[in-house]
Each structure stands twice: as C-alpha cells, then as structure tokens.
Write a protein that binds this ligand. Structure first.
Ligand SMILES: [Fe+2]
Ligand SMILES: [Fe+2]
Length: 286
C-alpha cells in the first residue's frame, strides 16, 4: 500500500513521509533510551540475580538491534515496512515495560535486599517505556489528538519526568556534595510546582485551552526546562571529569540530559504550531 498522488496515506490521511519521519525519529531516540535503561537495571542488580541480569542483557541487545535497524531505514523507506517495524518495536517496548514493572514489584516487596535501583527510578523508566509504546500505537493508528490536548498531556508527562530526574540526581550525589544537592532539591521543588500547575490546567479543560493560556504555559515550562537541561549538562561534565563525588553513571547523566533536550524540542514544536497553523505537529492532520 503506497501513498496516493497528494502524498496522503489512503487509510489514515497522514502524510506518508511525515509518518515515516516521525516513526523513525521516535524509535531512534527511545530505542537508545530503552537500551540504556537495560544497562542501568543490570548495574543495579546484585551478583546473585543472574536470571534478572540475563533478562536485562537480552533487552539491551534487543533494543540495540532495533536502534540499528531504525538508523538503516531512511525517510524514503516504504511506509508499510515502517508500519510493521513500528509494531515490532511496540511489542519490544511492551515487554520491557512488563519487565520493569516486575522488577519494581520485587524491589517494593523487599525481595531484592541490597539491590541498587530506587523504586521511583524503576517506576520512572517503566513510564517512559509505556509512553514509547503508546506513541507507536498512535502513529500506526494515525489517530490524532487535538493540539491543545496533546500540549497539556505531553507537558504533564514530561514535567513529572523532569521532577523525578532532579530527585534522582539529588539522591545519587554523595551526601558531602551539599551545594549541588541543594540545587537539585530546588529543581525538584520547581518541577513539582510546574507539574501541579499543569494538572490544574488539565482540570480546567476545555476552558483552559486558549491560545494565550497554552502559549504562556509553554513559555513558563521552557524557562525551567532550559535551566534544568543546562544543570544536567554541567553535572555530566563534572562527572566525566571526575570533579564531583557521586554514584551517578556518566551515561545516566548524559541520558537525563538528552531527555530534557527532547522535552525542549517538543515544547518548541508545539509553540511554533500553536500560533501559526493550528495542526498538531506531532501527528499532522489532513
Ligand atoms: Fe530514561
Ligand atoms: Fe528519564
């Protein structure tokens, strides 16, 4: 099945090229993220948790392969091939989601005493897997959330992710790094507040979905995400150069930096489309 002459997919009305481009963009970004989560999980297990270590290693290899495949495709690839690739990746995301929830259950019920991943971190990475899974389903269904709904929902998701990151950094720094812990704590408070604001706005839907309110909402979030992103960048450099004491893996520092950068890109994309044409940039309506 190919796009018709206007470049529209016959089933969904989503432009074929945009569909391919969005799908590959999501998979390239999130497969790498899922691959790294597998590594972080593995590093947090105890030496005797050989079965869990084995499962984590399998997920690492799975997402490494999917990431490579995504890079082998191009924006000119056949949309039908991408459609089935999306389903394959979606199944992988569903499996890693189930694995993360299982691990969370084991930690919370004290069946892995002495393991080194916080429950909130495992919950956090399971939420990211679920987000990835849902994005792929939406893309394949060509189902479009209206722009104002997408703006609020994506911000609620990412603000919570950012608030968690600040808490992880604060807790993985050595207790003697008092100044940096203070900064991380301030970011945590800032993002908790922004998250509450976003939920308040969500509660006032549909009346809150005016261009001026959404525009202001995006601008305010952008300010905080930019400073958190810069703080993560600095932390990453300090960790790489071994200038601070922590149990933060350098790859984790880079990982949370990339996620903040992704959120900023999404904010900018929404902002650009909010005031110009009122289509949803992430899904593209016909
Ligand atoms: Fe992550
Ligand atoms: Fe994250």
């Amino acid at each position: 099945m190919h796009g018709n002459e206007n470049g529209l997919h016959p089933d969904t009305g989503v432009t074929s090229t945009i569909f391919v481009e969005r799908s590959l963009n999501e998979i390239r970004f999130w497969s790498r993220i899922m691959k790294e989560h597998s590594l972080f999980l593995r590093l947090g297990f105890r030496a005797e948790d050989t079965q869990l270590i084995h499962e984590a290693n399998q997920f690492f290899r799975l997402f490494e392969r999917l990431e490579q495949t995504a890079h082998a495709f191009t924006n000119q690839s056949d949309p039908d091939q991408i459609r089935s690739f999306n389903s394959e990746v979606q199944q992988a995301a569903t499996s890693i989601f189930a694995f993360k929830r299982k691990v969370l259950g084991l930690i919370i019920t004290c069946q892995l005493p002495g393991a080194n991943n916080f429950p909130l971190l495992v919950d956090h990475i399971s939420r990211e897997a679920n987000y990835f899974r849902k994005r792929l389903i939406e893309l394949n269904q060509g189902k479009l959330k209206p722009l104002p709904d997408a703006i609020i929902k994506e911000n609620v998701f990412f603000l919570r992710i950012m608030a968690d990151h600040a808490k992880f950094i604060g807790h993985l720094l050595d207790p003697s790094e008092r100044k940096l812990i203070d900064i991380a704590q301030n970011f945590s408070n800032d993002f908790d507040q922004l998250l509450y604001q976003a939920r308040d706005l969500e509660g006032m839907v549909p009346y809150s979905q005016t261009v001026p309110l959404l525009d202001q909402f995006l601008d305010q979030n952008r300010v905080s995400v930019t400073s958190l992103r810069d703080f993560k960048k600095t932390a990453r450099e300090l960790i790489e150069q071994c200038k601070i004491k922590s149990i933060i893996h350098p790859l984790l520092a880079d990982h949370v930096f990339r996620e903040a950068d992704r959120f900023l890109e999404i904010i900018d994309m929404f902002d650009a489309h909010l005031t110009s044409h009122k289509t949803n940039p992430r899904f593209v309506e016909d």
